[in-house]
Design a protein around this ligand. Sequence first.
Ligand code: NAD
Ligand code: TDX
Length: 350
Amino acid sequence: MKTIIITGGAGFIGSHVVRRFVTNYPDYQIINVDALTYAGNLENLKDIEDQPNYTFERADITDAAAINTIFEKYGVTDVVHLAAESHVDRSITNPLDFVQTNVIGTVILLEAAKKYWKDDYSKHLFYHISTDEVYGSLGTEGFFTETTKYDPHSPYSASKASSDHFVRAYHDTYGIQAIVSNCSNNYGPNHFPEKLIPLLINNILNSKQLPVYGDGKNVRDWLYVIDHARAIDLIFHKGNNGDTYNIGGFNEWTNIDLVRVLCRQMDEKLGREPGTNEKLITFVKDRPGHDARYAIDATKLNKELGWEPSVTFEQGLSETIDWYLNNKAWIERITSGAYADYYETQYDKR
Ligand code: NAD
Ligand code: TDX
C-alpha cells in the first residue's frame, strides 16, 4: 500500500502521470500537490477527480509548513516530483521565481522526506522529474547520455540542474532512496500554449503569425507526453535506487521543419488550401542564450527497462492537433486574462 504525492499534478505532464497512476494502481492513494499557478489547471483531471484513490491538495512546495502537514496527514510513502516553473522564456524575465520553486521547493520536499522517512529510508522513494536542458547544447553530432556533464545555460535549466544535484546530494548524504530522470521536449494534450507546439496550433486556428526564433535551425527531440508518463511509471516501479535515466524519442526536428509539418497537417484538417498556414510563419528575434541542439540517448531505459515510444511523431502530432480542435473551450479559457497579458509582452512587442 503506497501513498504517493505527485507534485505539479495539475500541469501538463503531471496531469498525465496522475491519471495513469490513479487508473492503473487502485490500491495506491494518489495525492496531487499543486499550487495552481498560471500553469496549473484542474480541468486537466476532471475525468478522474471522483476516483476514491485520488485527492487534491492545493499547496505551494516552497511552504515547508504546508508540505510537512501533508506528509503527516497522509503518511506519505513516496514522492514523484514534477512541480516546477517550466518555461525557458519566463525564466529569462523572472529568474528568481525559478530559484524559488525549482530549487528551494525541491529542497523543502527533500527535507520533509528526510524528516518523515528517517525510521527506514529503504521503504521510500523520492523520484525527481527533470529535463535534458541541464546537459547544455550539442553540436551537429552526438547525444546526451546519463554521464554527460551538466552545462546549463538558461535560468530555467540552471535551476533544474541545481535541483537534480540536491536530490543526488540527499541520496548520497542522508541515504534517501532517489531516482532522477531527464527527458526531452514533450508535446501532447493539455500543453500550455506558451510552448512552441500548442502556441502554433492556437495561432493557426486564429490565423495569427507563427513566431519562429532566430533562423529556425535549433533542434529539439520531441516525445509524446503519454510516452513520458509510461516511462515515469516504469522507472518508479523498476528503476534502480540512485540511478539516472534519460528519456527521449530519438526524434529530432529543427524548429522550422516542425513548424512546416504542423502547418501541412493543419491545412488538411482545417480544409485550407495547401500552403495557407505556412504563410503565417514569421521569423522573430532569437531567444537569448538559445541552445542549438538537444538529443537524448535513451538506450539505458530501453535496454534495462524495455521502454520505447509507442507512437511515431506524425501520429502523436496528429492526435495532439485533434485534441486541441476538440477542446477549443480549454484553450479559450487559458488564453484569456493573465495569460493574454503575458502573451502580449512576449510577442506583440516584436
Ligand atoms: P507545467 O508548467 O505545465 O506544470 C507545472 C505544474 O507545477 C503546474 O500545475 C503548477 O501549478 C505547478 N507548480 C508550479 N510551481 C509550484 C509550486 N511552487 N508549488 C506547487 N506547485 C507548483 O510543467 P510541465 O511541462 O508539465 O513540466 C513538469 C515537470 O517536467 C517539470 O519539472 C519540468 O521541468 C519537467 N520537464 C518538462 C518537459 C517538457 O517538455 N514540458 C520536459 C522534460 C522535463
Ligand atoms: O514562440 C516560440 N518560437 C520558437 O521558435 C517558442 C515558444 C519557442 N520557439 C523555439 C524555442 C525552442 O528552440 O522552439 C523550441 C521549443 O521551445 P519551447 O516550447 O519553449 O521549449 P524548450 O525551450 O525547448 O523547453 C521545453 O522542453 C524542455 C520545456 O518548456 C521545458 O520545460 C523542458 O524542460
